[in-house]
Design a protein around this ligand. Structure first.
Ligand code: ADP
Ligand code: MG
Ligand code: ZN
Length: 612
C-alpha cells in the first residue's frame, strides 16, 4: 500500500519534470539558427547589447539585447572577439555613465569544471539578474567606478586584449599607407570591387627592417577596414614537430574563410618561407611542409574571396620564389626606416601619451636620431619618461631625451655582467683603438662616446655622431671607415700581441665595404670603374681571373688600411695606453675627455720639439 502510494507520487511528478525540461530547453536554445559572426559584432557596434557574459574557456557568449531578446552564441575566436568588442563597450560605458553595458568574463577553470551545463547557466542567469538589479538600476554617477572594476573581474590572463589600430597610429609612412588604401577599400566593400571585376591582390608582402612598423601597419589595415585580424608568426613553427605547422596553417585558413572579409597576417614569414633546398639543418621537413601548406591554401581560394594575406619579413631576398609568384604575394610594399620628417611624426604620435616639458623640441630630437626606427623612437620616449620619473621631474625634459638616445642606440647597459679583468683590458684597448683612429685620421671625425660597458650583444662601442642622412660616400670616406673598423684589432695586436674574436664583426664590415668599393662603385685603381654586379648570374659570368683579381684588390685595400691603423696607433702609443687605462677605470669616456687626452699629448710633443 505504502509503496503504491509512493509510485503514484512519482508518476505525477514525471509530466511536471518533462514540462520543466522542455521549457528550459526552449528558453535556453532559441530555435532560430545561429546568427553570423558579423551580426553578433554588429550588435556591439550599434550598442544594442545590454549585458553579456563570455566564457573565455569555451567561447560561450550569452547576451541580452536592449529590445529584450536574448542571444546565445559560440564565439569562434575568443581573443579576436574580445579585441573587437571590449574597446567598443569600454568606450560606450565611459560615455554613458547611467546606462552601462555590463560585461563579464568567466573562465570555466576558475569556476570549477563541475559548474557546467544547466546549473551553471541558471547560476549565471541569477548572477546576471543580481548584477542588473544591483548596478543597472542604481542612479547617477556613483556607479561608474564600481562598474569598471566589475568589468575587470575574472578576465583570464591568457586573453590578450589589443585595441584597434588605424592609419592614424602609423606615423609617417605615407606611401606605404597609400599603397594599402586600395586593400582597405576592398575589405570594406568587397561587392563593389567584385561588381567592377577589379582584381585585388591576394597577398601583400611588407618588407623592411625590424621595428619599422610592419606589424603595426598590418593591424592598422584591419582596423581601418573594420575586419577581423588573424595572425601567426613564422617563428612559431620553427621548433614544432613535423606536421603541426601545416595543420595550424590549415585551421587558420579555415577560420579565416568563415569570417571573411578578413586579414590573415603572417609575421616573420622568412622563418617558414625560406628558399626550399637552401640552408643547412636537417630539420627542414617541418618548414617545407608548412610552406607547402601555405601555398596550397593561398591557391585554394579564389581571388577576391575576401581573405587578404599580409606577410612581413626583413629578408625578401631569401624567400622561396614560389611565394612571390602571381596569385600569391604578388604585391610588395617596402616599409623603410623613417626620414627626418617621418621621425618627427612618429615622435608626435608617441608623445601624445606623455608629458613633455616646454623645452622639448621634437624636431630637434628627430634631427639627432638618424637611423632610428619607429620602435626605437617609441623606446626612446619610454626611456626618457623612466629617467624623468627616477629624477622626480614632473615632465620629460630635453636632457632626459638626449641621454636616452645613447641608451637606445646601444641597447640597455648591462652593469651586472661580470667580465674578467683580462677581458676588460682587451675591450678597453680595442675601443681605444677605434676611438683614436677615428680622431687621428686626417678627416678628424668626432667621437661622441666610448664605452666598454657591454650593451646588448656588443662588448663595447665607440660612437660617432651621425652627420646627416647620407648613404653616399666618397672613396676616402670609405677607406677611413675601413681603417677605423680595423683600429680595434690593430690596438689589440700592438699592445697585447693577441687577437680577440670580438673583432670579427669589425672585420666582416670592413671587408663588406672594401668589396662594394671594388665591385659596385668601381673605385678600384687596378680594375677600373667597372661594375661587377654581385648577383649570382653575373658573378658566374665574370671569369675566374677577374674574381681572383677582385679578391686581391679587396685584400690590398684591407691590408693597407690595417697598416695605416697600426701606424697611427704606434706613433700615438702613449695616448692608446692613457685612453685604455681611463676606460678600464671609468668604463666610459666622453668625446671631450678623449679630446683632452689627444690635445695634452699634442702639447707635450710641441714642448719637446721646442726643447730640442
Ligand atoms: P615590425 O613589425 O616592423 O618589426 P612593429 O610594427 O612591431 O615593427 O613596431 C613596433 C612598435 O614601434 C609599434 O608597436 C609602434 O609602437 C612603433 N612604431 C613603429 N613604426 C611606427 C610608425 N610609423 N608610427 C608610429 N609608431 C611606430
Ligand atoms: Mg613585427
Ligand atoms: Zn670593434
Amino acid at each position: 500500500m505504502l509503496m503504491k502510494k509512493n509510485r503514484k507520487w512519482f508518476l505525477a511528478l514525471i509530466p511536471a519534470l518533462c514540462a520543466m525540461v522542455i521549457i528550459t530547453v526552449m528558453l535556453l536554445q532559441p530555435e532560430e539558427e545561429t546568427p553570423p559572426y558579423s551580426q553578433v559584432i554588429g550588435y556591439f557596434e550599434t550598442d544594442d547589447i545590454q549585458n553579456y557574459s563570455l566564457n573565455i574557456t569555451t567561447g560561450e557568449l550569452s547576451a541580452e539585447l536592449r529590445d529584450g531578446n536574448a542571444l546565445t552564441y559560440t564565439v569562434p575566436d575568443i581573443d579576436l572577439f574580445i579585441s573587437q568588442t571590449e574597446p567598443v563597450v569600454t568606450e560606450y560605458n565611459a560615455a554613458h555613465p547611467d546606462s552601462q553595458i555590463i560585461f563579464d568574463y568567466v573562465s570555466a577553470s576558475q569556476n570549477g569544471q563541475l559548474l557546467s551545463g544547466l546549473p551553471y547557466l541558471i547560476l549565471l542567469a541569477a548572477g546576471a539578474t543580481w548584477v542588473i538589479l544591483r548596478y543597472g538600476a542604481g542612479k547617477g554617477n556613483k556607479k561608474r567606478g564600481r562598474m569598471s572594476a566589475f568589468g575587470k573581474i575574472d578576465v583570464g590572463s591568457s586573453v590578450s586584449v589589443k585595441t584597434r589600430k588605424t592609419f592614424e597610429d602609423v606615423a609617417g609612412a605615407d606611401e606605404e599607407k597609400e599603397e594599402l588604401r586600395e586593400i582597405v577599400e576592398f575589405l570594406k566593400e568587397p561587392q563593389k570591387f567584385n561588381g567592377l571585376g577589379a582584381r585585388i591582390p591576394k597577398g601583400v608582402l611588407l618588407v623592411g627592417p625590424p621595428g619599422t612598423g610592419k606589424t603595426l601597419i598590418a593591424r592598422a589595415v584591419s582596423g581601418e577596414a573594420g575586419v577581423p585580424f588573424f595572425s601567426i608568426s613564422g617563428s612559431d613553427f620553427v621548433e614544432m614537430y613535423v606536421g603541426v605547422g601545416a595543420a595550424r596553417v590549415r585551421s587558420l585558413f579555415e577560420k579565416a574563410k568563415k569570417l571573411a572579409p578578413c586579414i590573415v597576417f603572417i609575421d616573420e614569414i622568412d622563418a617558414v618561407g625560406r628558399h626550399r633546398g637552401m640552408g643547412s639543418s636537417g630539420s627542414n621537413d617541418e618548414r617545407e611542409q608548412t610552406l607547402n601548406q601555405l601555398l596550397v591554401e593561398m591557391d585554394g581560394f579564389e581571388t577576391n574571396a575576401g581573405v587578404i594575406i599580409i606577410a612581413a619579413t626583413n629578408r625578401a631576398d631569401i624567400l622561396d620564389p614560389a611565394l612571390l609568384r602571381p596569385g600569391r604575394f604578388d604585391r610588395q610594399v617596402y616599409v623603410g626606416v623613417p626620414d627626418i620628417k617621418g621621425r618627427e611624426a612618429v615622435l608626435r604620435v608617441h608623445a601624445r601619451k606623455k608629458l613633455l616639458s616646454d623645452d622639448v623640441e621634437l624636431g630637434e630630437v628627430a634631427k639627432d636620431t638618424v637611423g632610428f626606427t619607429g620602435a626605437d623612437l617609441e623606446n626612446l620616449l619610454n626611456e626618457a619618461a623612466l629617467l624623468a620619473a627616477k629624477r622626480g621631474h614632473p615632465a620629460i625634459g630635453m636632457a632626459e631625451i638626449e641621454e636616452s638616445v645613447l641608451k637606445v642606440i646601444a641597447g640597455p647597459e648591462k652593469k651586472s655582467k661580470v667580465i674578467s679583468q683580462k677581458e676588460k683590458r682587451l675591450t678597453a684597448y680595442h675601443e681605444a683603438g677605434h676611438a683614436l683612429v677615428t680622431s687621428l685620421l686626417p678627416s678628424k671625425k668626432k667621437v661622441q662616446q666610448v664605452s666598454i660597458i657591454p650593451r646588448g650583444r656588443v662588448g663595447g662601442f665607440t660612437l660617432t655622431p651621425p652627420e646627416e642622412d647620407k648613404n653616399f660616400e666618397t672613396r676616402n670616406d670609405m677607406l677611413d671607415q675601413i681603417c677605423i673598423l680595423l683600429g680595434g684589432r690593430a690596438a689589440e695586436e700592438i699592445v697585447l700581441n693577441d687577437i680577440s674574436t670580438g673583432a670579427s664583426n669589425d672585420i666582416e664590415r670592413a671587408t663588406a665595404i672594401a668589396h662594394s668599393m671594388v665591385t659596385k662603385f668601381g673605385m678600384s685603381t687596378r680594375l677600373g670603374p667597372v661594375m661587377y654586379n654581385s648577383d649570382k648570374v653575373r658573378a658566374r659570368q665574370s671569369s675566374d681571373r677577374i674574381s681572383s683579381e677582385i679578391d686581391a684588390e679587396i685584400q690590398g685595400i684591407i691590408s693597407s688600411a690595417y697598416e695605416k691603423a697600426v701606424e697611427i696607433l704606434t706613433s700615438g702609443i702613449g695616448m692608446l695606453h692613457d685612453v685604455a687605462a681611463y676606460l678600464c677605470q671609468y668604463e666610459k669616456m666622453s668625446g671631450t675627455e678623449l679630446r683632452q687626452i689627444i690635445d695634452g699629448e699634442q702639447e707635450d710633443r710641441d714642448a719637446l720639439q721646442a726643447l730640442s
